[in-house]
Design a protein around this ligand. Structure first.
Ligand code: 4NP
Length: 149
């Protein structure tokens, strides 16, 4: 799960998908990163932690890291939150295999539309709640599809 800062959207996506695969008993490794390094080592944004906790999921122990080309070797799928994340990830790809791993997260819920998860960082509380539901629906689709994968 990849966004810009790895403190709002992708930690949420990591927490949600992790929770869903655990509930389904699937052996899947979930992680998140940001295309930028400026929040590396930090915990998620306190507003994102609070919104996610209100839905019963604890993301407070996550630490931000920067996405790098080594992640292509570690993961089978790489989900971008928005168009600029998508482009920045592709810039680090070394092969068609790498490129084929990258998709927009919201294509899981809105196939082929290449929609972006809005960045709630600059806005109010409602933005965090709206993003929670967008990301939750997409992660539900991904987790259910993994049952048959
Ligand atoms: P995220 O949100 O990409 O969802 O983690 C942001 C967090 C921090 C900044 C931008 C977006 N920033 O400019 O510091």
């Amino acid at each position: 799960m990849v966004c810009l800062g790895n403190i709002c959207r992708s930690p949420l996506a990591e927490g949600l998908l992790q929770d869903k695969v655990e509930r389904l008993g699937l052996d899947v490794t979930v992680d998140s990163a940001g295309t930028a390094s400026y929040h590396a080592g930090e915990h998620p944004d306190s507003r994102m932690i609070k919104t996610t906790a209100s839905h019963g999921i604890d993301i407070s122990q996550q630490r931000a890291q920067q996405f790098d080309s080594g992640h292509f070797n570690e993961f089978d799928r790489i989900y971008a939150m928005d168009k600029s994340n998508f482009q920045d990830i592709l810039c680090l790809a070394n092969s068609d295999d790498d490129r084929n791993k990258v998709d927009f997260l919201l294509n899981a819920s809105h196939p082929g539309e290449n929609r972006s998860v809005p960045d709630p960082w600059y806005g109010g509380e409602q933005g965090f709640e709206d993003v929670f539901h967008l990301v939750d629906t997409a992660c539900e689709k991904i987790a259910n599809a993994l049952i048959d994968a």
